[in-house]
Design a binder for this molecule. Structure first.
Ligand SMILES: C[C@H](N)C(=O)N[C@@H](CCCCN)C(=O)O
Length: 470
């Protein structure tokens, strides 16, 4: 008897890589929007009165609704409704949040009765900042939900194929987005003479992201029709149930990965906020711009290396070992920044440590996210990703504030800082030793958990050290 083997859409490399480009575009534009204001903080202060404190509140607003439980609901939505609906919902929420933020910072909005009312309470936060925070909260819900949806979509399309490479490429593309917006946001603001222009530009890009994801949903529908997955045919046994959430939360492997994730990322993303300033404080006589130029090798280095490590993971495995190496590198880098750089003030050490930190930032994400499908069932993968993001978002929301407080309190008696403040200097030479030790401490805990994960993997046989390509 002749068996007819039907080729599925994702069996074609051209089709599955096209799908990746379409979904990664949405994240590329999303990551651009996240950081659109970061390089124009000084302009926001002069044009809209956003002090560093207002900026801190604005940055935290991205995560606050997620931390309050939205990501748990997002996981249920993702597993109940699937990647097509959730992706569209996420992209729409990102767009709606962006539009609110755009309106909030326009010249026109500042003249409205609503702005007068918003200015009448919590007066240290201007009306523009309150509206921007509200928009950023909605955007943040959409962006984090999109991040988990994209991971589930890649796991579906690349299962048994180049899954880690695809996840690595998606993250690399997103990091290029951060690099791109850091470069072009000040140029657009300068050319158009307003902080509104870069935000408007990124809002339009989010609309394009919604369109690219919509195109992907047609491809995904076709794939489901080929694999025979339709709403009517789905097996009740295979359907997501609320009790599955309990299964995830009582799984030891889930908590190991979630804790590793929050500890590692707490020493990365919050550090990213202070990194350029830390370099300026530790290297004598360099400007903020020169410090940023050194620091930008960090995300770009990670973007270049992540796909190669993803490819290595697909073919050779060694995921748990990669997590350990990444955490170890992180500790070494933060300790070099804390103790070696202030003594030597060497640009060579600064550059090489930034590159090494970039390698760490490639090793851990490249190994961490493709490991999740190995430890949880596919039907609860969306919830597992969302719950990991939820734990991680708690760290991302509060660690920047913690580091800010530590930086302020450990520099209260610093004569150089006191003198610079009294002179009204633009640049304050902070001593970053204690915050950097705290970052290294997160790395030590992440390393201990990574070692434990490797031991658990050996015992339970999750296959974290095995290649993905079968
Ligand atoms: C900030 C966000 N929650 C996050 O963890 N981002 C990861 C990538 C997660 C996988 C995306 N599909 C990152 O390393 O940027």
């Amino acid at each position: 008897m002749t068996e007819i083997i039907q080729k599925k859409l994702n069996d074609s490399p051209a089709m599955r890589w096209t799908a990746l480009v379409l979904i990664a575009s949405m994240m590329f534009f999303g990551y651009m929007f996240v950081d659109v204001m970061s390089p124009i903080q000084a302009l926001m202060e002069s044009q809209r009165g956003w002090t560093p404190d207002v900026f801190g509140t604005y940055a935290a607003s991205e995560y606050i609704v997620n931390v309050c439980g939205f990501l748990i609901i997002a996981g249920v939505i993702l597993d109940k409704t699937g990647i097509r609906f959730t992706g569209e919902l996420s992209a729409s929420m990102m767009l709606i949040g962006a539009v609110i933020k755009f309106i909030g910072i326009t010249e026109w909005f500042q003249t409205t009765a609503m702005a007068d009312w918003l200015n009448s309470w919590w007066v240290s936060m201007p009306a523009s900042a309150k509206m921007a925070c509200f928009g950023f909260m909605i955007f943040g819900c959409g962006c984090e939900m999109a991040g988990t949806t994209v991971s589930k979509a890649i796991a579906k399309w690349f299962k048994g194929k180049e899954m880690a490479l695809a996840m690595g490429l998606e993250m690399a593309i997103a990091r290029v987005g951060v690099f791109a917006i850091f470069s072009i946001s000040p140029i657009i603001a300068d050319k158009m003479g307003s902080v509104v222009a870069p935000v408007a530009f990124c809002t339009v890009l989010l609309l394009i992201g919604l369109i690219t994801y919509t195109v992907f949903t047609f491809m995904d529908k076709k794939l489901d029709s080929q694999t025979g997955v339709t709403a009517e045919e789905s097996d009740p046994e295979e359907e997501f149930k609320f009790s599955d959430l309990g299964k995830i939360l009582t799984s030891e492997a889930f908590w190991i990965v979630a804790l590793l994730c929050v500890l590692y990322y707490s020493a990365i993303f919050p550090f990213q906020r202070y990194g350029a300033n830390m370099l300026q404080c530790n290297l004598d006589g360099i400007s903020a711009e020169e410090a940023s130029n050194i620091f930008r090798w960090f995300p770009i280095g990670a973007a270049v290396i992540t796909p190669f490590l993803g490819n290595f993971l697909d073919r050779k495995g060694k995921g748990a070992t990669m997590l350990m190496c990444g955490a170890l590198l992180l500790i070494c880098c933060h300790l070099v920044f804390a103790f070696v750089l202030p003594e030597t003030k060497s640009a060579v050490i600064a550059y090489s440590t930034i590159v090494l930190l970039g390698i760490s930032f490639a090793l851990v994400p490249a190994a961490l996210w493709p490991s999740v499908p190995k430890i949880v069932d596919e039907k609860i993968l969306g919830s597992a990703y969302c719950l990991i993001f939820w734990v991680q978002n708690i760290g991302l929301c509060f660690v920047p504030k913690l580091i800010g407080n530590i930086l302020t309190s450990t520099n209260e008696d610093n004569p150089a800082v006191i003198a610079a403040k009294e002179a009204g200097a633009d640049f304050i030479p902070y001593d970053y030793t204690v915050p950097l030790i705290v970052f290294a401490g997160f790395g030590v805990l992440a390393l201990i958990i990574a070692i434990y994960l490797k031991a658990v993997d050996k015992k339970r046989g999750y296959g974290l050290e095995l290649p993905n390509i079968k």
